[in-house]
Write a protein that binds this ligand. Structure first.
Ligand code: NAP
Length: 305
């Protein structure tokens, strides 16, 4: 496992994180085993949101920590707030209430990281700043970030928020790589030349913000994995071929492809399968060659001008 520093804590931060969006049906014991296994594989960063499983995911995770409290000090816990039924809400009261509810469901004293889940169209940055100040000074949240935000949206927030925005979680996989492709198609009137994110990769790299690719193995909008999918025969053959060369699985190569981006991305992996999690952790140790990285990129259908 490679370790990165997204913010200061006494433990190293694994470059691969585990997303806990799919754990709502686990028992506390199953979840305890899932966490322990991830830690054994070197993964110590766990991503939540108040809304995952309708709130059940944080509850299950909290029940697992209650079964084995020694796990807490070995991990980074991140959660998100700001999505409510039919609306987004970055009001001060909602951000604070949501973070406090997450703390209670997780059964912990402090969130390591709190992210704003999706840009609130009615966002008042002063309200966000006041909420973050309250959560930070009361010791309830250690660090802050955002998700699905453009470069300028972060810039606007950061003008008011005192604490640094350290993370931006964005959808990114080999088959959903507009954020990457636009960098190779500057000033070209083709579909990959469309920049949807305000040059987020460059912005985040300039400002020391870690991008966390969410759904790193999915195509479309959480519509299934491209791995083994008959819709992606060439890409799957290429991932298997390159995987064999490095002695890791195709799933692992798909994650290694994201980690090869030089700014140090932190993929949020959603698997709950112990073997797959192990394969991914193993692949985190390899560094794809430039030739292999570009070959995968081209096989996924992206062209080099
Ligand atoms: N910020 C946001 O707006 C946002 C939105 C969505 C998600 N997220 C975060 O991102 C995390 C990851 O999202 P995700 O779960 O969609 O990520 P993912 O890692 O792309 O997908 C995981 C799913 O793909 C399956 N899978 C993976 N490899 C496979 C393979 N080789 N063959 C067959 N199935 C395979 C997994 O099944 P197995 O369990 O069987 O391996 C699981 O159902 C979430 O948990 C959440 O924390 C954030």
């Amino acid at each position: 496992m490679k370790y990165i520093h997204t913010f200061s804590k006494d433990i190293p931060v694994s470059q691969v994180a585990l997303g806990c969006m799919r754990i709502s049906s686990m028992t506390a014991a199953e979840c305890e085993a899932y966490i322990s296994h991830a830690l054994d594989c070197g993964i110590n960063y766990f991503d939540h949101a108040d809304i995952y499983g309708g709130g059940k995911c944080e509850e299950v995770f909290g029940a697992a920590l209650a079964l084995n409290p020694s796990l807490r000090e070995k991990m980074i816990i991140q959660t998100k707030c700001g999505i409510r039924p039919g609306r987004y809400d970055f009001s001060k009261d909602h951000i604070i209430a949501s973070a406090e509810k997450s703390l209670s469901k997780l059964g912990i004293e402090q969130l390591d990281v709190l992210l704003l889940h999706r840009p609130d169209l009615l966002m008042e940055p002063e309200e966000v700043a006041a909420a973050f100040d309250h959560l930070y000074t009361s010791g309830k949240v250690r660090a802050f970030g955002v998700s699905n935000h453009s470069a300028l949206q972060i810039e606007l927030l950061q003008k008011y928020v005192v604490q640094p925005i350290t993370i931006n979680q964005m959808q990114l996989s080999i088959t959903n790589a507009a954020m990457v492709a636009s960098g190779a198609n500057v000033n070209l009137a083709n579909k990959d030349g469309v920049n949807y994110d305000g040059y987020l990769r460059d912005y985040c790299r300039l400002h020391g913000i870690t991008i966390q690719p969410w759904s790193p193995l999915q195509h479309g909008f959480i519509s299934g994995t491209f791995l083994g999918s008959p819709d992606y025969p060439e890409l799957n053959a290429k991932l298997r071929e390159i995987g064999e060369k490095y002695g890791v699985s195709d799933t692992g190569i798909a994650i290694a492809w994201l980690m090869r981006l030089p700014e140090g991305m932190q993929p949020i992996v959603g698997s709950t399968n112990a073997q797959r999690i192990e394969e991914i952790a193993k692949a985190a140790d390899i560094t794809l060659s430039r030739e292999d990285w570009y070959e995968i990129y081209r096989t996924a259908g992206y062209k080099l001008p």
